[in-house]
Design a protein around this ligand. Sequence first.
Ligand code: P6P
Length: 330
Amino acid sequence: MSTTTLAAHLSQPTIPPRLAELIGAVAKGCVEISAQVRRGAAGQIMGALGSENVQGEVQQKLDVLSNDILLALCAKAEGLSAMASEEMETIHPVRDVAPQGGYLLLFDPLDGSSNIAVNVSIGTIFSILPTPADSAGRAVAEADFLQPGRNQVAAGYVVYGPQTQMVLTLGDGVCAFTLDPDCDDWVLTNPAMTIPAETKEFAINTANARHWAAPVSRYVEECLAGVEGPRGKDFNMRWVASMVADVHRVMSRGGVFMYPWDKREPNRPGKLRLMYEANPMALLVEQAGGASFDGAGDTLDAPVTSLHQRASVMMGSKAEIARLRDYHAV
Ligand code: P6P
């Protein structure tokens, strides 16, 4: 049984201490969020607030509580310049002047919160970018956040499921930690998560099938045709409707997760947000040997024009994403 903890893992000399401190603060916040999520209806934290977030989505009490927990704990991290969240319209500076070599933290504090009421796994997603060098001596601006996903220095998620697990990359592979509820410590349970290149599983909301673009329809129809079809094998379909849960399954055993563009809102690239959902997940997937594609190119190379911009998302087993890329090139 591994006795390596997250704190021990982050104390490696190759990890900048202020980055380690920031990730430690996120992890501490997620321990508190996990406790609140577990309380459910036994606590006073269930239900909607009656307000909407910047996305126009109804805010659950737990959405705002989770956001506040991360703001309070991460603001103490010395290297942090500013934060951005799905739940906040504008950035949240934590210092008047950005610390030299500091970091920007972005997060979706509780993704999939519509699943809270039905006791289905939900999660926290986070992304860490470098504060731009030209921000020295001044306050951080929203424009400083508008960096491509490939600039991330770290990314991770915490899935609040039967176990609470954190999956983390600092750009040199992916490792997973499991929260030991007896001591509230994160124990290293997978030092090298890798996604199999091949799979028999795909995840997409097939209720939207009539709205998909042709390459996505072709890919899914071929999966559904099974062993008698062009793929020559049967597939399973999964859809939890909680990105963290669906992507965690892909990270754990392979598969493809898709929330692509569809013609319901032709001017919108997709439902999911680039900066604090698609990009952190894409970095994790790539670091685990998979790939992430947005219909035009790698997710991590997508041009960034606004903090809450959305993205078309297709990520997972490398061979499957290569096939989707080919279908989009036809
Ligand atoms: P749909 C949750 O609301 C979320 O943002 C993601 O976590 C999830 O993958 C997706 O939306 C589910 O969307 O349209 O299937 O309900």
